[in-house]
Ligand binder design. Structure first.
Ligand code: HC1
Length: 585
């Protein structure tokens, strides 16, 4: 341990800590615009300046390690003036018009300027050029608002391992973006939006669908249905000042009705449907490999996270056959809304508009993929992020906190606890095992054994191995098989598990979620997500699961109903036609 003095108070910190970390231990907040949790500090923004006795000049606290007896001042006129100076310089070239910026009142630079008492920009000079890149369906970049803090570069390269954003140029000409000033659609961007979630200003944001959705709602010829992803219910409340991890499912349903949607449904319904289809697919692959001795692509990868699909297309096209052919629950929902539901209710499918509320920016891209039109129309029309839904609720003047709880419409509004946990890393795996166990053994999985502990939590790569015993006669080929499963969240971790696989490690089934923590940490979720917040959202999702009587996908009566009335059985011809797809390199 090392003893340092912060503002004259002695404090013991771990040797090798930075001043920034030591101050946090002492409960002192040092402002920063470039820090990324658990990542090597970059010292890019220079806002975290502190005085150190004996140093020639002020130092950036995030890159300066502590030493024994170091005397640090974090709060003095000098320090405050230095930070104010840095913020003024940033503002002097920043061409953000706060009044019309989507980040107004939610901007770290704006907040810091206010906190530091910046009332005037003394250094007015040339402004950055505003170059707008809206080349992808999901994201919009505005170079004029970029403060070059490099947080987006850190998440894109060091956490996601995608490598689409870099710093380039020098001095006033320096800028952040894809190499050689290309647009995002010209590089390997997977549109996960982790850059948009961590950007301190309005330089990278989701491409808004709000106005399209308002137009659809106000068009009397349209029947507008909305689906909400599992992760929304554990995070939307943060936009209305609830503590992270507060479940607001019932209020969310009420708000969606007040916004004017004709029906309010749950993506959880199709998450349960996904388990039926994806579980069947896995069992078929295993049968082909073990009984028919056919060459079959194993392990099977999950397919619900569109950033992961895009990542595999760019970096691991040789594994595309390993990805489950199931569409994601979002896309399955769109397809059955425009076929099964339209037919059942007598609405012309051409008039059905499907809106999704997703924690994910890449879902906007997924909805527009050319493969996603098996209903005869684009299956999902518009995708709102959690943040966009919050903006719509605020635009409409709804007092969210005062709303009463409501429930989703039926059918297609019921989801099991297994569907809820899709929102967390490890959740799809656990949901699949809950169902596969009962199908294969014919025995009920006791409630106390529902959680698959080794795949729960924020470890980047998780593994479990399950010995299959007591199979029904038709599944006897699985008797004694040790099922090996893996879970990765964050694309950097996906790379690790794939490389382990390439190195000879055996898996049968692997869940990959694009974003750290899974969808609860998606690029469209309320800012700013830390691991502490991720854990609180995860806790809320398990609370939702544990509070339900219905906790297994195959037991969902609405799922049983759609098979009886429409799809016939999992993996049927019609199910294959509507719910499955094939990704092309
Ligand atoms: Fe997800 Fe999914 S869980 S991908 O993380 O499979 O976005 O929440 O909706 O489609 O159900 C996201 C969340 C979401 C899909 C489901």
């Amino acid at each position: 341990m090392t003893t340092v003095y912060i503002n004259k108070q002695p404090i013991e910190v771990e040797a090798g800590s930075t001043i920034f970390e030591a101050a946090a231990v002492a409960g002192i907040k040092i402002p920063t615009l470039c820090h990324v949790e658990n990542q090597h500090p970059k010292g890019a923004c220079r806002v975290c300046m502190v005085d150190v006795e004996g140093a020639k000049s002020m130092v950036a606290s995030c890159t300066t390690p502590v030493s024994e007896g170091m005397k640090i001042i974090t709060n003095s006129k000098n320090v405050r003036e230095a930070r104010k100076f840095v913020v003024e310089l940033l503002l002097s070239e920043h061409c953000g018009e706060c009044k019309t910026c989507t980040r107004n009142n939610d901007c770290e630079l704006q907040t810091l300027a206010l906190e530091l008492g910046v009332m005037d920009i003394t250094y007015e000079g040339e402004k950055l050029k505003s170059y707008i890149d809206d080349s992808t369906p999901s994201l919009v970049r505005d170079s004029g608002k970029c403060i070059k803090c490099r947080r987006c570069i850190t998440v894109c390269n060091e956490i996601q391992g995608v490598g689409s954003l870099f710093a380039q140029g020098r001095g006033f000409e320096s800028r952040v973006g894809p190499a050689f000033d290309q647009q995002l659609d010209g590089v390997t961007c997977v549109q996960c939006g982790q850059c948009a979630a961590i950007c301190p200003v309005g330089a990278i944001t989701e491409k808004e669908h709000i106005d399209f959705v308002w137009d659809a709602i106000e068009d009397p010829s349209k029947f507008v249905v909305v689906q909400t992803a599992p992760a929304i219910r554990a995070a939307l409340g943060e936009c209305f000042d609830y503590e992270p991890g507060t479940l607001i499912t019932g209020k969310m349903v009420s708000a969606l009705r007040l916004l004017g949607f004709d029906r309010v449904f749950d993506t959880n319904f199709t998450a349960d449907l996904t388990i039926m289809e994806e579980g069947t697919e896995l069992l078929m692959r295993l049968k082909k490999a073990l009984v028919d001795k056919q060459q079959v692509a194993l392990p099977q990868f999950t397919s619900c996270s569109p950033g992961w699909i895009k990542y595999a297309e760019y970096f691991y096209p040789e594994f595309l056959d390993n990805i489950s052919t199931c569409k994601s629950p979002q896309q399955m929902f769109g397809t059955v809304a425009k076929t099964y539901y339209a037919k059942k209710t007598g609405v012309d499918p051409k008039d059905v508009i499907v809106v999704s509320v997703m924690p994910c920016t890449a879902k906007k891209f997924e909805a527009q993929r050319p493969e996603m039109n098996d209903s005869g129309f684009q299956d999902v029309d518009y995708v709102l992020t959690t943040r966009e839904l919050a903006r719509m609720i605020k635009q409409s003047g709804i007092d969210f906190r005062a709303l009463k709880d409501d429930v989703m419409d039926s059918p297609m509004g019921s989801g099991s606890g297994a569907a809820d946990i899709f929102a967390n890393t490890g959740g799809v795996m656990e949901a699949a095992i809950r169902t596969a166990y009962e199908i294969v053994t014919g025995r009920e999985l006791p409630l106390e054994n529902l959680h698959l502990q080794p795949v729960i939590g924020l470890e980047g790569v998780k593994k479990a191995s399950l010995l299959i015993q007591g199979c029904k006669p038709e599944w006897s080929f699985l008797e004694g098989v040790e099922l090996k499963v893996g879970v990765a969240h964050g694309l950097g971790n996906a790379r690790k598990i794939i490389e382990a696989m390439r190195g000879g490690e055996e898996f049968h089934f692997i869940e990959v979620m694009t974003c750290p923590g899974g969808c609860i940490g998606g690029g469209g979720q309320p800012r700013f997500t830390t691991n502490e917040i991720r854990l609180k959202r995860i806790q809320a999702i398990y609370q939702e699961d544990e509070g339900k009587l219905l906790r297994k996908s195959h037991a969902n009566p609405e799922v049983q109903q759609i098979y009886e009335e429409f799809l016939e059985k999992p993996y049927s011809h019609l199910a294959h036609q509507l719910l499955h797809t094939k990704y092309k390199p």
